[in-house]
Design a protein around this ligand. Structure first.
Ligand SMILES: *[C@@H]1O[C@H](CO)[C@@H](O)[C@H](O)[C@H]1NC(C)=O
Ligand SMILES: *[C@@H]1O[C@H](CO)[C@@H](O)[C@H](O)[C@H]1NC(C)=O
Length: 150
C-alpha cells in the first residue's frame, strides 16, 4: 500500500514535467506488469507512457503500450496481435509523451528523440485510443489532426 502511494506520487511528478524532459531513475519500478493501465484512453499535454505502461480504449478491446524494448504498440486485447507499432524496438525508446507543441514524441533515457508523430503546429492537445484500435490526436475543440495508419 505504501509502495503504491509512493509509485503514484512518482508517476504524477514525472507526468507533470513540461515537455516530458525528465530524468526518472532506472531504479524505480513504475509498473510491475503489463496489466497496469493508466486510467482512461487518453494522454493529455505533458502526460507520458513510460515503459510497461498503457492506456486502453473505452470498450477495452485495444491497448497502447510503451514496451520495455522501445516499441510503442497497439494490441487487440483478445487476439494479442499488434494492430500498429512504431517499430522502434532496440532503439532505446523509454517514454512517449503528448507535448504542448502538438508533437507526440518518443525519447530515450538521455532524451534523444526516437520517434515522432510529426504533428507540431497542428494544435493537438491529446491523443486518444479509439474503440476501433486507432490512436488519434485531437485539438482542444476535438478536431482530429492525426491518426495511426496501418
Ligand atoms: C534531474 O533534473 C533536475 C532538473 O534539471 C536536476 O536538477 C537534477 O540534478 C537531475 N537529477 C539527476 C539525477 O540527473
Ligand atoms: C492553430 O492555432 C492557431 C491559433 O489559434 C491558428 O492560428 C492556427 O491556424 C491553428 N493551426 C491549425 C493547423 O489549425
Amino acid at each position: 500500500m505504501l509502495k503504491e502511494i509512493f509509485v503514484t506520487t512518482v508517476l504524477i511528478s514525472i507526468f507533470n514535467q513540461a515537455n516530458c524532459i525528465t530524468n526518472q531513475t532506472n531504479t524505480i519500478k513504475i509498473h510491475a506488469n503489463k496489466k497496469d493501465f493508466i486510467d482512461g484512453d487518453k494522454l493529455v499535454i505533458d502526460q507520458c507512457l513510460v515503459e510497461d505502461s498503457s492506456i486502453k480504449s473505452a470498450n477495452g478491446e485495444f491497448f497502447l503500450i510503451m514496451e520495455k524494448n522501445g516499441n510503442l504498440v497497439i494490441y487487440a486485447t483478445n487476439q494479442k496481435v499488434p494492430i500498429w507499432a512504431t517499430n522502434t524496438d532496440k532503439t532505446g525508446g523509454k517514454r512517449v509523451c503528448m507535448q504542448a507543441d502538438s508533437d507526440f514524441n518518443m525519447y530515450s533515457h538521455s532524451n534523444t528523440l526516437i520517434w515522432s508523430s510529426k504533428t507540431k503546429g497542428l494544435n493537438g492537445t491529446y491523443v486518444k485510443l479509439q474503440n476501433n484500435g486507432k490512436l488519434e490526436m485531437f485539438t482542444k475543440a476535438d478536431k482530429k489532426v492525426w491518426e495511426t495508419k496501418k
